[in-house]
Design a protein around this ligand. Structure first.
Ligand SMILES: [Ca+2]
Length: 342
């Protein structure tokens, strides 16, 4: 009996040692860059792909906020084939001197409820918890870190040196809008984003499984991450196969900001979805916000933190709200361009 227990303890110890070693090995061999395929010569908008128009069956049937599924016409547009990278955002900051929301102190008039340490410039960063209480409170893995912003994505002692090809994070809607405007582009509407992630297909999805070609979370979130997809945390852009349109990382890696203000369901589209040129951002924007609450925008695609047991939002139809004045470490963006097709 004692021998059996001893064997069990030894086996458990070996398994823990092996797990820790695999995890360290993954971290030490972290890939900092993935090669993207050559673009077709003579593309009018380098770095972007053409998304043809059609009618989207917008939404899905897993979580309440994705419902009801609505038919929404979408015109063709160009879209960045990858998420905006640290290198691209650095070029914007260098050219404009732009200071992101996470680099500014929080206005106590807007947030009188916050203690002084949460009014300091900073961002909400995912920190893997060493232990977990059963109440599922997300503050066990999300921490507001003073000094975290796009140049210091994991807190003030971290840096983006060598990580130029990673998606830029710790931004807000306002920051993404500022970049898009500078680049002569726009943020996608929720419908445009979802249509592109669906590969311009009018079909309603019938499966809801974890995508193979995406950086998500394998294991029991937030304590066990086997990283079978090759990445414990963020991945550089373009490490997984693109979708049929040539778009990389639409699902997983980082959530992506859209220009639709968040509404709790798709019902707001109900009366206007048959219009020929429906603009989901304009419709959502006409709905009055909640007095006293900072507005939120829709974010899409899920992130490296989405797992089957926690956030099955690694799907085109999934959506989530993100407060406009709060930067987070799992959120990035890409831009679109409304211009004639190829
Ligand atoms: Ca992963």
């Amino acid at each position: 009996m004692v021998g059996g227990v001893l064997l069990l303890v030894l086996a458990l110890g070996a398994w823990l040692w092996w797990s820790a070693k695999s995890y360290q090995s993954l971290q030490s061999q972290e890939r900092l860059h993935c090669d993207l395929p050559q673009l077709a010569a003579g593309s009018p908008h380098p770095g972007m792909v053409w998304v043809p128009g059609g009618t989207l069956a917008m939404g899905d049937t897993v979580y309440a906020e994705e419902m009801p599924v609505r038919k929404v016409p979408v015109q063709g547009f160009w879209m960045d084939r990858t998420e905006v990278t640290n290198a691209q955002f650095a070029a914007f900051v260098q050219a404009t001197g732009y200071v992101t929301v996470a680099e500014r102190a929080v206005d106590p008039k807007v947030h009188p409820e916050l203690p002084p340490d949460l009014l300091l410039p900073g961002a909400v960063v995912f920190v893997s918890p060493t232990s977990l209480s059963g109440d599922g409170n997300p503050t066990q893995w999300w921490r507001y870190l003073a000094g975290a912003h796009w140049r210091h994505p994991g807190g003030q002692h971290t840096s983006i040196a060598g990580r130029e090809a990673f998606p830029v994070v710790n931004l807000t809607f306002q920051d993404a809008q500022a970049y898009a405007k500078w680049a002569g582009r726009a943020l996608p509407t929720e419908a445009q984003w979802e249509w592109a992630a669906r590969e311009a297909s009018a079909q309603t999805p019938t499966t809801h499984g974890q995508p193979a070609q995406a950086n998500t979370w394998q294991g029991m979130f937030p304590v066990a991450n086997s990283a079978q997809d090759g990445f414990v945390g963020l991945a550089p852009v373009g490490c997984y196969a693109p979708n049929a349109l040539g778009l990389f990382d639409m699902l997983g890696n980082v959530w992506e900001i859209t220009r639709d203000r968040y509404t709790a369901s798709h019902a707001v589209l109900a009366q206007e979805a048959e219009e020929a040129e429906v603009d989901t951002a304009a419709i959502a924007g006409r709905k009055p916000g909640t007095p006293g609450q900072v507005p939120s925008h829709v974010i899409k695609g899920g992130s490296f933190l989405c797992a089957p047991n926690y956030c099955m939002r690694y799907r085109a139809g999934a959506r989530q709200a993100q407060e406009d004045d709060l930067a987070v470490s799992h959120l990035g963006f890409r831009t679109i361009l409304q211009a004639p097709g190829p």
